[in-house]
Write a protein that binds this ligand. Sequence first.
Ligand code: ADP
Length: 436
Amino acid sequence: MYYPQSWSRTVVRFSMYIGGSLIAGLYFDNIALAVLLAIAALLVSNYVHLYRLTKWLWQSRTMSPPSAPGIWHHIYEGIYHLQRRNRNKRKNLGELVKRFREGSEALPDAVVVIDSDVRIVWCNRNARIELGLRWPDDSGRRIDNLIRHPKFVEYLEKSDFQYPIEIPAPTNPLKTFEYRIMQYGEDQLLLIVRDVSRVSHLEEMRKDFVANVSHELKTPLTVINGYLEVLDSSYVDAPPIVSKAIQEMGTQTYRMQSLIEDLLILSRIESSAERIFENVVDMQAMFKQINIEAEALNKEKKHRITFNIDPELIVYGVETELRSACSNLIFNAIHYTPPSGTIDVVWKRRANGAYFAVIDNGDGIEDKHLRRLTERFYRVDKARSRKTGGSGLGLSIVKHVLHHHNANLEIQSRVGQGSEFSFLLPVELIKQKEGV
Ligand code: ADP
């Protein structure tokens, strides 16, 4: 441990030195000359030490400082101490970087560190194999010059790294890679690329399976339904048990048909590659049509349904999907609100997007169910849903449609007071008026 030279000691030493020269001056009867000589000697000695210091700093190979008297000793020791501290810090940092690199090399994923200008800082071995990066040749090159898939370039440009993207591998289009970017350090990004070919293949198989089974079931059900209708109308004097059976079979066949219809819609939306910015949806016309269907559905329950629609609010999107989402929410409100309720449908512009809401004064839903409502086949009350003919897929369809349109379903509900199902389409999807 080194203690800094105290000022008082330096002053005392300097005073003693000058005092000595004064005494020598008195003795030789020339004080001025004696003091001048003493100061000149001090200057020369300091210059010599400065020279030795510079030589030690720039030319010497040894870390330990040369010996020196007085304050120079402290300067040497101070610098030596700082140098040692820096060396230790560098060593620790080096160890840390080495450990990080060893850890990243051991990962089964490709890892690339990029800076804020998306230039490559470092990549691991898997990145070289799977992404075809060359190291160190590609160091400092822009990552979007090397991975040129449009979806990846858009992902980088948007800088919204909340969700990963899945695109074909640059070195093998038969493989599917998941790209995930996250903030790393202060101004760097970490790109992690994972092979998800197997998962996405299974997912494709699942979607195809559901779509195919639903499609295949459609024809036999139509045939059964056709015969049931014929039986129903031709057996006028049938025993009560037979007419009841025919009627029940008809109801169940109808339920199965609507279930299959919903499954087909869901799988169509899931695999929809339709670009939402390509078509304009006339929402007013769409709501007119839904209103007619809602009135037909509302004959028994006699709810007061009001449509509060902004006719000028036109959006980009997939019309069939948006129709499916809005009508599902409106028809649910009709189904799950006790007779003579009120249902308000709102479509209006907000500062942050196009807002749609269905507000009813029905029984409401308990908090514990809200989070799970959009799961497939999730129902609050199974028996009641069955009575309404619901497939349990309605809100699932709504969720997928909204996801496709970069929006989310919001559900607010209070038991005994009613529910509000709403979503906000982002501003980018609102079609601006001509000339605006
Ligand atoms: P279903 O085909 O059974 O209606 P959904 O996915 O459309 O399936 O709805 C899931 C569940 O959410 C319904 O079973 C019902 O319990 C509940 N639900 C949906 N909308 C409302 C609403 N407006 N009021 C009360 N409950 C609702």
